[in-house]
Write a protein that binds this ligand. Sequence first.
Ligand code: HIF
Length: 286
Amino acid sequence: MSKVGDYEAVKADIASLLHQPEYDDGSAGPVLVRLAWHSAGTYDHATDTGGSNGAGMRYEAEGGDPANAGLQHARVFLEPVKEKHPWVTYADLWTLAGVVAVKEMGGPQISWKGGRTDYVDDSKLPPRGRLPDAAQGADHIRWIFYRMGFSDQEIVALSGAHNLGRCHSDRSGFEGAWVNNPTRFSNTYFKLMLTRNWKEKTLANGIRQFVYYDEDAGEELMMLPTDLALLSDPSFRYWVEIYAKDREVFFADFARAFDKLMELGIQRDASGKVVNTDNIKGGYLS
Ligand code: HIF
């Protein structure tokens, strides 16, 4: 057991579990990034509900949302870290794991602060349907991300996380990876989006996605309808082109936007201490 508040020790243990030769592309990193994002991405600015505080995915109401299918793998990977550092809250552990995974996979350093609570009023969990539906287009993406308080630029910057990991037919129904090195954080996702000839394909389960056959990789890569919506919408496309050209700008903007995502619904005082841990408002502590 580490000293209470020794997040460096927790970070080191997260980093050392990322290598998982038997799992997917050999890394727990991508699914941990998805866990972090889904834990936070239920936030609604207008009602100040949802967000990473509370780690509601531990419970069926949120954890059993079909949008969260597969994230039990991520939670299971992290369980030994929780056992070793019982003082760390799940809400902190899940968000920190995403931040550590991005960095370890070659991405930017994202600033992160602890202090989230696991207290949740589970009669008032965020309703299902707050996470995005990948079969939709630009209007849906805006509806989801404006609700959290993000701009078009931040939406595109965040989207670069689809450089990581893959879709699983038994989780979302979509299938395949976006890039041929899906455990390395980079701006390849934006480059491929702009330069490859994406063709619509209907999978055996009836789900529609976009694919192209990558000669070098010897495999088919994919884009979701929501990914390609970033190309057809001029305001989104403007940023796709910038991030495809300039990796450093992408890394800096991604780091800021992901930090903002992890902080949704968390209120801190000037010293960074979380102040909304002891009174309940609107479902989550706020
Ligand atoms: Fe994803 N995302 N995401 N996503 N996502 C999937 C997988 C990952 C959307 C849909 C899907 C973001 C936004 C959106 C990651 C990270 C982020 C899958 C496949 C789908 C369908 C799940 C599966 O079958 O296993 C939609 C519609 C989004 C809004 C546009 C974020 C910006 C890109 C916020 C984000 O950070 C990661 C990482 C994965 C890979 C998970 C894995 O298990 O490998």
